[in-house]
Design a protein around this ligand. Structure first.
Ligand code: PLP
Length: 221
C-alpha cells in the first residue's frame, strides 16, 4: 500500500471520531513526507531535534510540527521558533527552558506532560508523584509562555493487550483527575496523546484524542 492509501484508510477510522492524527516521520525522507502532505496530512512528528529542524526547513511552512521524543533543555532553542506541540515534557527544568525560549520568540508553546505508564525502565516520562509535584511547584504558575494542553504516554511494548489496555485506562483516569484538580477552569487542557501503530485501536477505545502513527503510514523503519 502507498503512503496515500495508508493515510486515507487511517483517516476513515479516526476523522469521524475527532481524533488528531500525528504522522510520525522520523527516519523517513522529505519525499515520503511530501507524499503524505499531498494527500492532505499537515501534522507531522519527529523525535530528534536535528532531523526535525532540517525537515522543517525543507518542507512547506504550513506543516504543524510536533516533537514527540525526549528533549534536552539545551536543544529547545532550535525548535522554539516553529514547534507547534511538544509531547515529551518530563521535568520542570525543561518546561522552564521552553518558557524562556518561547518568550524570546514572542510565542506561546503548547506542551503535553509525558507520564511514565509503561512497565519498562527505558521509557521516559514523569512518575505520578513527579507529575503532581511539578504541577504544585512554586514556579509553575509563572510560566506564561507555555500552555499545558494535556498528557502523553507510551504503553509497554508487548503483545499482551490487557496490559496495554490497563496502562491506557490508568492514563485516562489520571488525565481526568489532573483536569479536575489543576485545570478545572481551563478549556485548553483537553489532549490525551496515546496510541502508536501497534496499539492505537486500544488507545482510542480508552479515550485517546491524539494518536502518533509512524509505520502504519510510512511502512516499517
Ligand atoms: C516512533 C514513535 C511513534 C510511532 O511509532 P510507530 O510504531 O511507527 O507508529 C510514536 N510515538 C513516539 C514517541 C515515537 O517515538
Amino acid at each position: 500500500m502507498s503512503i496515500t492509501n495508508n493515510l486515507l484508510k487511517i483517516k476513515q477510522e479516526t476523522d469521524s471520531l475527532g481524533i488528531t492524527l500525528v504522522a510520525i516521520s522520523k527516519t523517513k525522507t522529505v519525499e515520503a513526507i511530501q507524499e503524505a502532505y499531498a494527500a492532505g496530512q499537515r501534522i507531522f512528528g519527529e523525535n530528534q531535534v536535528q532531523e526535525l529542524v532540517e525537515k522543517q526547513e525543507a518542507l512547506p511552512k504550513d506543516i504543524a510540527w510536533h516533537m514527540v521524543g525526549h528533549l534536552q533543555s539545551n536543544k529547545v532553542k532550535y525548535i522554539a521558533p516553529f514547534i507547534t506541540l511538544i509531547h515529551s515534557v518530563d521535568s520542570l527544568k525543561l518546561l522552564i527552558e521552553i518558557n524562556k525560549q518561547a518568550k524570546k520568540n514572542n510565542r506561546i508553546i503548547d506542551c503535553l506532560l509525558q507520564v511514565h505508564i509503561a512497565d519498562e525502565d527505558t521509557k521516559f516520562g514523569l512518575a505520578y508523584d513527579e507529575l503532581i509535584e511539578l504541577l504544585r511547584s512554586e514556579g509553575f504558575p509563572n510560566l506564561e509562555n507555555v500552555r499545558i494542553v494535556g498528557l502523553m504516554g507510551i504503553a509497554t511494548n508487548t503483545d499482551n493487550e490487557k496490559v496495554i489496555k490497563e496502562e491506557f485506562y490508568e492514563l485516562k483516569t489520571l488525565f481526568n483527575g489532573i483536569k479536575t484538580s489543576f485545570f478545572r477552569k481551563n478549556d485548553q487542557f483537553k489532549e490525551l496523546s496515546m496510541g502508536m501503530s501497534s496499539d492505537y485501536k486500544i488507545a482510542i477505545e480508552q479515550g485517546s484524542t491524539m494518536i502518533r502513527l509512524g509505520s502504519t503510514i510510512f511502512g516499517a523503519r
